[in-house]
Design a protein around this ligand. Sequence first.
Ligand SMILES: [Zn+2]
Length: 290
Amino acid sequence: MNGRLKVPSALLVAAMITAGLVGKPMAEGAPADVVAHTHVLQQGGFKLLRLTSGSTVRLGGQPIPVVNSAQGSFALIGFDRKEAPLRWLEICTPAAPCARQPMNITSRTYLTQNVKGVPRAKIEPDPVAQRQMQADNAAIRAARAKASAAATRGDRAGGLGFLQTFQRPSPGRVSGVFGSARLFDGQERSWHKGVDYAAPTGTPVVAPTDGVVRLARDTFMNGNMVMLDHGANLTSVYAHLHTMQVRPGQVIKAGQQLGTVGNTGRSSGPHLHWGLYIGAVAIDPQFWLP
Ligand SMILES: [Zn+2]
C-alpha cells in the first residue's frame, strides 16, 4: 500500500493550500501509509487529526473517537453541509494542558437538482412503505452505531481504510453531486448526501478502500444498500444496487466487488449513489478521490 489521500488535482491542491483550505503534505519521513492531505476546511469537508498517543479530542463538548495504530493515533471530524463558520476543537494530551483550537470552515453554494421520472409511490410513500422506511432507518442507524462503537473501542476489524488512497467505486459519469437540493416534481424533498455515477445496470461496484461490511439490506428509499466501515467512524454507503455480493461482518479489501449498479429504491435510472459519513455527518466523497 502506498496510501496517499489526495484532492482533485495538483493545481487545485496548490491553490487550496495557498488559500489555507487544504493541509500541507506531511513532512518527509512520515510513514508511507499516512495520508498526504489532512483536511478540507469547507462545508462537507473533513479534518484528520494526527495525535500523540493517549490524547482525547472533543468537538462542541462531544468526544471524538481516537484510533491508535502502529502508524500513529488519529481522529476524524466531518463538516456538515451547512457547518457553522467557526468550530472549536479541544485536544488533551497526556503531557500538556488541554488546548482549544479554532477551525474556520468555508461555506459553499449548492446546486438545485430537478429529479423527474420517479414513481409517485416512491415520492409519497403510503403507510406500509412508511413503516418499512422507519425499519430501514433504524437498521441504518444501528449499523452506523456499530462503526462508532468499534472506533471508540479501538477495534480495527476493517483495518485502516480511512488512511488509504480512495478509488472510485464505479467508472460511471458523475450525474449528481454532494449537497444539491432535490426537487421531486418541483417540490424540495431532501438534499443529496453523496455523489451519483450513472452506469448501466450490472456494472461492478467496488470498495474504494479497505473496510468491513456493516449493512447489506433491501431498503425502500435506497433500494439494495451496502454500508462499509473504514475505521475512525468513517462509513460509506452504496445504494440502488442491482445485486449485493457481500454480507454484514465480511472484511473487504480495496477494489473488491460489493455488487452491481442498479435502479432499485427511489431512483430514476440505473446509477450508483455513493455516500460518505463521519459519524452521522454526511460529507462530500469527491474530496477523498485523487
Ligand atoms: Zn444519489
